[in-house]
Design a protein around this ligand. Structure first.
Ligand code: FAD
Ligand code: NAP
Length: 314
């Protein structure tokens, strides 16, 4: 039978923001429920070394997220493997429906749904997703041992993916639409020094080429952004690393948003445009988008929720 669970604080999302909110809300004796979503642990579970989490010179992303989960749990946070499919912000308590059939009612909600990989939107990209086209080198790099690979993008993710893929590939071509990278200088340095990596500037992916039987990628057609000249590059794998979009589906029609979909919070706070709904992490942040800033905002959201609940006690 479908179950209804009530909590003072419902935390939606299990990245650094969600788990940190879980730690703080638990220590405030709010007995929070945290719903993990489709990607328990969030984006850091899709990477390898994290080198900028304070206190760890180097830590594997998935290990760090297991530690955060264990920490939240140890403080008393109830962690549930479910996906929230709808959130009614017009009633009190708020009502969230889980994919499992469970209904969650909550006096306050912390949104920490983070961000998801962006795609270019090409039909051929879609056709070969899972058959040579990927947005996660950590997940799929192993399949390309001894093969040629292209990576699209010029940010930290693209450069890290290109570097990581050299562990498997015979050659990696980084294709970028400009001639300067957004990636941190230390990563750029490693990229330019790596003999397996070639960069192709001022090019956009035009089409992924492949065959149907067996289904797989054989190359890409790329276009020069100024001249329009087309070049074909043979490859077996295409890694799209052009950034991430905020996962705002639950609230995009009811909350104020900015910069193409990030949830707006009051400056210096995690309060959204609806009292009692708080937002933290990459969902709100188009600028910093780091594990440590997300964790910081998770802490703020729990403290803001605690204050809100104290002020609104019946
Ligand atoms: P996320 O980590 O995006 O987690 C979002 C969570 O919300 C997930 O658990 C998801 O399952 C859940 N969720 C979404 N929708 C729902 C729903 N409907 N119901 C329930 N749950 C839901 N940052 C660094 O500081 N250092 C790094 O080295 C670094 N490396 C990175 C490498 C890669 C490949 C990527 C992609 C990012 C990297 N980042 C790094 C950025 C960092 O991962 C993010 O800034 C951080 O994870 C954001 O945390 P978050 O808690 O806001 O959300
Ligand atoms: P990002 O910084 O937004 O970079 C996206 C890249 O993709 C940009 O170079 C952009 O080009 C390119 N791009 C976007 N749309 C494109 C399109 N339609 N066609 C071709 N190219 C396109 O995204 P990210 O690299 O995923 O990083 C996201 C956040 O996570 C950042 O804040 C980053 O610092 C953080 N992160 C941190 C680490 C780390 O600390 N080690 C690792 C990974 C990610 P332009 O440059 O021309 O705009």
């Amino acid at each position: 039978m479908a179950e209804t669970r009530h909590t003072k604080v419902l935390i939606i999302g299990s990245g650094p923001a969600g788990y940190t909110a879980g730690v703080y809300a638990s220590r405030a004796m709010l007995e929070p429920i945290l719903v993990q979503g489709i990607e328990p642990g969030g984006q850091l579970t899709t990477t390898t070394e994290v080198e900028n989490w304070p206190g760890d010179t180097e830590v594997q992303g998935p290990d760090l997220m297991v530690r955060m989960q264990d920490h939240a749990k140890a403080m008393g946070c109830e962690i549930i493997g479910d996906i929230i499919v709808s959130l009614d912000t017009g009633v009190r308590p708020f009502v969230a429906k889980g994919d499992s059939g469970t209904t969650y009612t909550a006096d306050a909600v912390i949104l920490a749904t983070g961000a998801r990989a962006k795609w270019l939107g090409l039909p051929s990209e879609d056709a070969f997703k899972g058959f040579g086209v990927s947005a996660c080198a950590t997940c799929d790099g192993f399949f390309y041992r001894g093969q040629e690979i292209v990576v699209i993008g010029g940010g930290n993710t693209a450069v890290e993916e290109a570097l990581f893929l050299t562990n498997f590939a015979s050659k990696v071509t980084l294709i970028h639409r400009r001639d300067t990278l957004r990636a941190e200088k230390i990563l750029q340095d490693r990229l330019f020094k790596n003999p397996k990596i070639e960069t192709l500037w001022f090019h956009q992916l035009e089409e992924v080429i492949g065959e149907d039987n067996p289904k797989g990628v054989t190359g890409v057609r790329v276009k020069h952004v100024d001249t329009g000249a087309i070049t074909e590059i043979p490859c077996k794998g295409v890694f799209v690393a052009i950034g991430h979009a905020p996962a705002n589906e639950l609230v995009k029609d009811v909350l104020e948003l900015h910069n193409g979909g990030y949830v707006t919070v009051k400056p210096g706070s995690t309060e959204t445009s609806i009292p009692g709904i708080f937002a933290a992490g990459d969902l709100t942040d188009h600028k910093y988008r780091q594990a440590v800033t997300s964790a910081g905002m998770g802490c703020m959201a729990a403290l803001d929720a605690e204050r809100f609940l104290a002020e609104h006690q019946e």
